[in-house]
Design a protein around this ligand. Sequence first.
Ligand code: PKZ
Length: 209
Amino acid sequence: MSDSSPTVPHEGGFRPDLDISTERGGPHYAEFSEQVRTLMDKARFACPTDELAVEAIAVLSELNAKLDAHLVDEWTTPAGTRVDLPARGNLTLPPYEIEEATPEGVLATVWFRPYHLGGNGVTHGGQVAVAFDDLGGMASLVAVNGVCRTAYLKVNYRSLTPLNTRLTIRTWVERREGRKLFVAGTLHDGDRLCADIESLFIELRPGQA
Ligand SMILES: CCCCCCCCCCCCCCCC(=O)SCCNC(=O)CCNC(=O)[C@H](O)C(C)(C)COP(=O)(O)OP(=O)(O)OC[C@H]1O[C@@H](n2cnc3c(N)ncnc32)[C@H](O)[C@@H]1OP(=O)(O)O
């Protein structure tokens, strides 16, 4: 569906429950996601001949037309709800695997792929921020058992973040003042600190978008 009208009842901008799944999209959805991520890696680095570009346009147009017949709304799509897949199957996020998610904080392994290139062989800073935003949001959500939105997110880039390397990312609620959750986080390559954050997440009121 191209509009945002929900087919599943929800409150405000979020689901009333998380509606997580390991089956939505079918048994090959993981491989489908992986192939799409691989396509993005190739697209980032390929310099196709014009002949190959024309061939790729034909193949991709045909595939996009087939997928058009199977679009669902954001409340129903597997992307973002498949907790068995990296980053819950959400292709717009850097892939990560959760090691631990408790009210004390989130510990995950994240890796940035070739398509997350910033420049000179390392990760784009915006991609690092995306990882922190999602996992800071998750730390807030688990701490208050409710959805929160980012009010601000300051990233301190302490050293270069490599691509294609399994990195350790931690996020936790450092302090809470009513609906305000001050969330800290770190990203490490082994012992080396790549980045850390200072952020504020606001717990949404019931029905708030
Ligand atoms: C294992 C488990 C599996 C789980 C599996 C699912 C996991 C699933 C995880 C998903 C994780 C996704 C995480 C993505 C998170 C986004 O990316 S959200 C998108 C980015 N954020 C936005 O678009 C937010 C846009 N802004 C807004 O909507 C509104 O400004 C906000 C942030 C909701 C706040 O509005 P409000 O609720 O009306 O609150 P308001 O009264 O303005 O402010 C409340 C307090 O915060 C303060 N405040 C608000 N903004 C600021 C600011 N920028 N600076 C300083 N103070 C501020 C106010 O001054 C006020 O303070 P007090 O006066 O109470 O002391």
